[in-house]
Design a protein around this ligand. Structure first.
Ligand SMILES: C[S@@+](CC[C@H](N)C(=O)[O-])C[C@H]1O[C@@H](n2cnc3c(N)ncnc32)[C@H](O)[C@@H]1O
Length: 231
């Protein structure tokens, strides 16, 4: 990475960098708990609703073809999100667009809006009920630049801009395959980077030719890009 880009990455991600990365000597367990506690206080303070688990069978969607391939709703851990997005921005610190595949109640979109300087943030979600909750959460921060789109990831075509694509294990390998098939031209053209939390179907990404540029085996976090789009 050129020196200028490395500096830009450092400045852009330092404040968002989880305390776990700044306070290694305190031990990761303590640091993780502090991180979780800060996030819980933030959520309570603003009365944000990210809570609960909605089992796959109970997800309300009209996308019947993809329903069986979905994973249950559950909000991402803020610490995992911040680590994986920081690492993805290391690949290209100039990326200004963020896409969350399966945005649920909007935690990832809202947290990255709070922590990183993205110009555009899009969350796609196939449950209208969850989009409604995400929109209500967002209304507490009127200046946030987040669009929630009711869409099936299996059919979604990415916007023609370099993007950090985030997934918190939203669906199985079949939907991931469909998403990648529809968007390979985008990845070849724009060098977008995939940030994957609970990366169960990561082998699918390598089959499509993506290279793993970061992996945390313990926390199951990883980052991917296509090799021929190296900066
Ligand atoms: C584990 S939750 C992740 C929530 C959110 N991204 C977060 O980080 O807090 C996965 C979400 O993906 C959604 N989902 C599953 N399959 C989908 C599909 N084919 N298209 C769009 N959304 C989908 C589910 O409804 C659920 O809200």
């Amino acid at each position: 990475m050129p020196v200028e880009d490395a500096m830009r990455h450092r400045v852009r991600t330092w404040f968002a960098k989880p305390r776990i990365m700044k306070m290694r000597s305190f031990g990761s367990v303590v640091a993780t708990r502090i991180e979780d506690l800060c996030d819980a206080i933030f959520d309570r303070w603003y009365r944000l609703d990210f809570d609960g688990v909605i089992e796959q069978a109970d997800l309300a969607t009209k996308q019947h073809a993809s329903h069986a391939n979905a994973v249950r709703y559950e909000a991402v851990a803020g610490i995992d999100l911040r680590v994986v997005v920081s690492e993805a921005l290391r690949v290209d610190p100039t990326i200004q667009n963020f896409l969350d595949l399966g945005s649920g109640k909007g935690k990832s979109c809202l947290y990255v809006a709070r922590s990183f300087g993205f110009k555009n943030i899009v969350g796609i979600e196939f449950s209208a009920q969850l989009i409604e909750i995400a929109t209500a959460n967002n209304a507490k921060f009127p200046r946030q630049n987040i669009d929630y789109v009711l869409a099936d990831a299996a059919q979604y075509k990415m916007l023609p801009v370099p993007t950090i694509v985030h997934m918190y294990n939203p669906f199985d390998a079949k939907i991931l395959d469909a998403f990648l098939t529809n968007n390979m031209e985008h990845f070849r053209s724009y060098g977008s980077v995939i940030a994957y939390v609970n990366d169960r179907n990561r082998s699918k990404l390598t089959k499509f030719g993506f290279e793993t540029v970061y992996r945390d085996q313990t926390r199951k976090l990883s980052v991917y890009r296509l090799p021929d789009t190296f900066a």
